[in-house]
Write a protein that binds this ligand. Structure first.
Ligand SMILES: [Zn+2]
Length: 215
């Protein structure tokens, strides 16, 4: 199901054309590597760095993989402002973002309007999506020997020293926090380059936030 979803989104949303620099195999490999490294969240900054594309384009690309038929759930959170509970994340219900939220640890209550600019967003692989260890291989060359034997060429193996080297600077950065992007970035990139929202759920959330600001 994982790879089918990945492939369907690439095809149906015409991603190869919109993001010619991002091959489906590269994205697939990236997701697998992140999970293999026990990262709960898929880090757009890391992908942006590896692919040498802007964080804006990366977030836009990631948004295509959200939604019911997608791979990612979006988690919205902010940190409690009480210094005593600095690591306490307060998650928002994006279906009902205008409810009053309180910190579980100190009980501090927050009005949704006041916390919007502190909201961060995480991309998490949907719980029910299992990614099989055996990688599905799609090669451009139909006569590829590697496809025939169902294995990756040695230099493309996920654990290759070069790919580890490239990502090493991210390892000690507190993966969860560094995987989060600003809500405003998600809002601004939820646009298919033609003025239409990529994700209707994000668009709905954005409208609620905007209407709160106007109150
Ligand atoms: Zn608190």
């Amino acid at each position: 199901m994982y790879y089918e979803r990945l492939k369907n989104i690439y095809k149906s949303r015409d991603l190869q054309k919109l993001f010619p620099d991002i091959l489906i195999s590269e994205f697939d490999m990236f997701i697998r590597k992140q999970l293999k490294d026990n990262n709960k969240y898929i880090n757009p900054y890391k992908f942006s760095y590896q692919q040498n594309i802007s964080i804006n384009d990366t977030v836009k690309f990631f948004i295509y993989f959200t939604g019911n038929d997608g791979l990612f759930d979006l988690l919205y959170y902010f940190d409690c402002s009480n210094l005593a509970c600095v690591d306490t994340r307060i998650y928002l219900n994006s279906d009902d973002p205008d409810e009053i939220i309180s910190c579980e640890e100190c009980g501090k209550r927050y009005a949704p309007k006041t916390i919007q600019k502190y909201i961060k967003v995480l991309f998490k692989i949907k719980n029910f999506i299992i990614i099989p260890e055996q990688r599905t291989i799609e090669r451009k060359d139909p006569n590829s020997t590697f496809e025939a034997i169902g294995e990756l060429p040695p230099n493309l193996k996920i654990e290759s020293p070069s790919s580890l080297g490239e990502s090493s600077q991210f390892i000690d950065e507190g993966d969860e926090a560094s995987a989060a992007v600003d809500l405003s970035l998600v809002f601004s990139e939820n646009d298919d380059y033609k003025g239409k929202p990529i994700s209707t759920a994000i668009e709905r959330f954005k409208r609620i936030c905007l209407s709160m600001e106007e109150e």
